[in-house]
Design a protein around this ligand. Structure first.
Ligand code: 26Q
Length: 810
């Protein structure tokens, strides 16, 4: 159903009057945005219902993607493209005298994720719908998203992100789909008809209310659902008519404790800390999601043994791994199946994606916490563990020594990764190298026992969001050169390859890049009052702030360049602008110091006339999807410099490559596969390999102090940290200094420094050869089709989920 402009404008005016009591001439941009949102939602509603009906009737398998995070980004632009309403709406809005970009920017970017893992979930939903695949998202409707970051005097300050303040135009509350989730209490057993049964008493009741968000496919009729659960209280358990006036206060306490569950998203500092509220969130998601799936399933089918034929549950990291015991509980206690039947159904239905090999980030919950919060679930985990250890003992004599390493419960902790591996039929890593590390080291004994369970699914990104929507000028140019086929078949981007040397194409690509850079420079001028040279090389490092991502290494390189310029003010170098954006977890002290260091470096360099036309450094605050959409199209160089073996995949690397930036990176995560695709001439790699890093760690053979002692450049840099150079004191950065020298530089910053410098020199040389650079840039874009999440989702669909497209008729 498409609409012409006159109809759209008429409907718009009617709605505006109906909802806000306003005429066009005095409507605010926010009201205009909301009115357009409502109209587009209406268009989606028809297809949404059709899709739901078709799925309801279908006997095809459907996937449910369980994730604690969905980092959607703004939806209006993509929904306009998907419904083919973009041109009509844009023109109508302009004719009514509004600025279209300003209207789009009214949408509060929903920050329901930390970074890669959450954004991956959002890209997956986009691809599922665009490929007409039956896939549903299942998550939490946090009242507060990831904090908003403000810079105050160069320090990160966190502010709450109340993203629902103006309402969320895309969601629909589904009170009729409410379920109940139970916490705490005790479990009693009895024998009924010769069968042991379990009764949960004195638990706390929490209502889970779903809010559904439509996920529209690109120019097709599929509209899938992302269901986000909100925790609410029930007043049914309270006897307000009793004379005990404390009842009311008890009720308020209870209400508060319940609503806390979906209050906020936990920031990730890649260091696991068992917080009770986080465990509550995880069980809340899992229990609500599974109950709703089962209820829906039972409306269509009687035979529970069909569950694995109809349903697949993919868990995004271990965060939702309680699906294993919760599905067991529902099948055993509510549906009265035998353990064996329930176990077969569960393991056939669940699949697990791992996103990290760093042991400090692995989830291990204290037994006492699990036992008191989820007594029945804990009993089931104990039983799963018991049977699993027995199985190892009997079936895998070669692993007998390792049973205690593989157990789900050990040292009074529940190992969620072990639970997830044991309880699922598929375990996958997110890039080839990462999967190999899982198989060779982190999960080795499990791989020995269940080799077929392990596969790789290299991550991908939605080329529709990250190229078509984020960089419309480049998208148009590409379509002019190779046609529009790439939008549905991203592999067709390879058609650009034959133009890599074409002077006219190079010129047009350069022009688009320059426009994007100028646009970003204007944004920086307007918001930061900093003038940057739009013709300088834009070197960008944008991702969460973490030690292993090594924003520190980048900063050291910048400080080193500054040192060179001070020593040789007339040195010949390509002008460069270094752009950072990153949030640090509020309690991650080291990461926050690195932010301060970047800002102090920027301050020093940007103010120094000696560096004026060679170097600029800027830290853009509040990194989120919308900011990424501004930066990525303007990037020349993509910094992907994690300590090899630590970055499971990375997806920013793919977004930047797709927008024509060249990667400067370590052989880590998906960088390895980017190199495989583009070839060594079109990427700059440096540093220790993953094997070398792992060997150093195993043998304890690295000594950062030796490097400090042996390298004058490094000594200068580090000593500056503990002298009044960047700031007026000598203590601000002492923690960084100590971390590198006394904590032995956990992430090999000093070790890779020299090699990083050399790589930067190659980047600079290449950049100075404009034509050659453009050829490399085009080559990168041409090969980026492989990193579309359409490819990733097709791989999951055929190799893990066994799901097929369901075409929705209009
Ligand atoms: C866990 C427990 C308690 C509180 C928070 C968390 C938590 C939350 C988020 C732990 C981890 C995360 C997010 C991890 C993440 O984003 N990982 C990234 O996933 C990407 C998609 O696969 C990869 O590309 C990145 O390499 C990986 O770092």
């Amino acid at each position: 159903m498409t609409m012409d402009k006159a109809t759209f404008t008429r409907k718009f005016c009617d709605r505006l009057l109906l909802v806000f009591g306003k005429k066009v001439d005095n409507a605010t941009p926010l009201e205009v945005f909301q009115t357009v949102g409502l109209l587009i939602r209406d268009i989606l509603k028809h297809k949404w219902k059709k899709t739901e009906d078709m799925y309801q009737q279908s006997k095809e398998r459907q996937v449910y993607y369980f994730s604690m995070e969905f980092l959607l980004g703004r939806l209006l632009y993509s929904n306009l493209l998907n419904t083919e309403m973009y041109d009509v709406c844009k023109e109508s809005i302009a004719e009514m005298g509004f600025n279209f970009e300003e209207i789009l920017s009214q949408e509060h970017d929903p920050g329901l994720g930390n970074g890669g893992l959450g954004r991956l979930a959002a890209c997956f939903l986009d691809s599922l719908a665009s490929l007409e695949l039956p896939g549903h998202g299942c998550g939490i409707r946090y009242k507060y998203g990831l904090f908003q970051q403000k810079m105050v005097d160069g320090y990160q300050v966190e502010l709450p992100d109340y993203w629902l303040e103006e309402g969320y135009v895309w969601e629909t509350k589904r009170l009729d789909k409410t379920v109940e989730v139970r916490f705490g209490g005790e479990v009693k057993t009895s024998v009924e008809n010769g069968r042991l049964s379990f009764h949960h008493h004195n638990y706390e009741r929490v209502l889970a209310i779903p809010y559904d968000i439509p996920i529209a496919g690109y120019q097709n009729n599929t509209v899938n659902t992302l269901r986000l659960w909100s925790a609410e209280s029930t007043s049914n358990d309270f006897h307000f008519h009793s004379s005990d006036r404390n009842d009311y206060y008890h009720y308020l306490d209870y209400k508060q404790s319940v609503e806390q569950i979906s209050e906020f998203l936990y920031p990730d500092d890649s260091y696991f800390e068992g917080k009770l509220l986080r465990l509550k969130q995880q069980y809340f998601l899992v229990s609500a999601g599974l109950q709703s799936i089962l209820r829906h399933f039972k409306e269509r089918n009687q035979q529970l043994s069909l569950i694995p034929d109809r349903i697949c549950i993919q868990i995004n990291d271990t965060h939702p791994s309680l699906v294993v015991p919760e599905l067991m509980r529902l099948l055993l206690d509510e549906e009265n199946l035998s353990w064996e039947e329930a176990w077969t159904i569960t393991t056939k239905s669940v699949a697990y994606t791992n996103h990290t090999t760093m042991s400090e980030a692995l989830e291990k919950w204290p037994v006492h916490m699990m036992k008191s919060l989820l007594p029945r679930i804990y009993m089931i985990i104990e039983e799963i563990n018991e049977r699993f250890c027995q199985q190892l003992w009997h079936d895998f004599p070669q692993l007998r020594d390792q049973i205690s390493d593989m157990a789900i419960i050990s040292f009074e902790q529940v190992h969620m990764a072990h639970l997830a591996i044991v309880g699922s039929s598929s375990v996958n890593g997110v890039a080839k190298l990462h999967t190999e590390i899982l198989k060779k080291s982190v999960m080795k004994p499990f791989y020995t026992a269940f080799p077929k369970r392990f596969t790789n699914k290299t991550n991908g990104i939605s080329h529709r969001r990250w190229l078509l929507s984020a960089n419309p000028n480049l998208a148009d140019l590409i379509s002019n050169i190779i046609g529009k086929g790439w939008i549905k078949e991203p592999k067709e981007l390879i058609g650009l390859l034959k133009y890599a040397n074409d002077a006219s194409v190079q010129e047009q690509i350069a022009k688009v890049k320059q426009e994007n850079k100028t646009k970003l420079a204007n944004f920086i001028q307007e918001h930061y009052h900093l003038t940057i040279d739009a013709h300088s090389m834009f070197d960008v490092h944008i991702k969460r702030l973490h030690g292993y991502k090594r924003q520190l290494l980048n900063t050291f390189h910048i400080l080193h360049l500054y040192q060179v310029i001070r020593a040789h003010p007339h040195v010949d170098m390509a002008p460069r602008t270094f752009i950072f954006a990153a949030k640090a977890a509020p309690s991650y002290h080291f990461a926050k110091k690195v932010i301060k260091l970047i800002n102090a470096t920027a301050n020093k360099i940007n103010q120094d006339p000696i560096a004026r036309d060679k170097l600029k450094v800027i830290f853009l605050e509040n990194y989120n999807v919308s900011l990424a959409e501004k930066i990525i199209p303007a990037a020349d160089v993509s910094e992907q410099i994690s300590t090899a073996s630590k970055e499971a995949s990375g997806t920013g690397n793919m977004k930047l490559m797709m927008n024509g930036a060249l990667t400067l990176g370590t052989l880590d995560g998906a960088n390895v596969e980017i190199k495989e695709m583009v070839g060594p001439d079109n990427i700059f790699t440096f540093g220790l390999t993953a094997d070398e890093v792992l060997a150093f760690q195993e043998r304890g053979a690295y000594r950062s102090r030796d490097i400090y002692n042996g390298d004058q450049r490094i000594r200068t840099l580090l000593d500056q940290l503990v002298h009044p150079f960047l700031t007026n004191d000598d203590v601000e950065f002492k923690d960084i200094y100590y971390n590198l020298l006394y904590n032995n530089d956990e992430y090999f910053v000093l070790k890779d420094f020299d090699s990083y410098l050399e790589a930067h020199e190659l980047v600079e040389q290449a950049y100075r050869n404009n034509q050659d650079w453009l050829k490399k840039s085009i080559t990168n874009i041409a090969h980026s089709g492989k990193f579309s999440s359409d490819r990733t989702i097709s791989d999951y669909a055929s190799e893990i989920w066994n799901i097929h497209p369901i075409s929705i008729q209009e």
